[in-house]
Write a protein of this length. Structure first.
Length: 95
């Protein structure tokens, strides 16, 4: 491995983890604000507003709430696991 790769790999992995955490926070903030009604307004689609609208159908059609909720969970969990895997690989390459 060249000197540039040895020096740049830990920096890039740290940067990627930081960007991923920021993305996860943005997804959760947007969904939370839209759920409360102060985020993206109704003609535009939002996972939080979908969850808010699905509350009235929770007992008759629970998949209306399960699908947006699982989408949020999979976004956040998927990007977190991706960042963690890249960080672990960068540490392995560094050692």
């Amino acid at each position: 491995m060249t000197g540039v790769q040895t020096c740049a790999l830990p920096i890039c992995s740290t940067l990627f983890v930081t960007v991923t955490i920021g993305f996860n926070n943005a997804v959760l903030a947007e969904a939370g604000l839209s759920y409360l009604g102060i985020g993206i307004q109704p003609p535009d689609a939002s996972l939080g507003s979908m969850l808010s609208d699905a509350q009235s159908y929770l007992f008759t059609a629970p998949w209306y709430a399960i699908m947006p909720g699982m989408t949020i969970v999979l976004f956040v969990l998927g990007f977190s696991l991706l960042a963690e895997g890249i960080r672990i690989e960068a540490e392995r390459e560094q050692n």
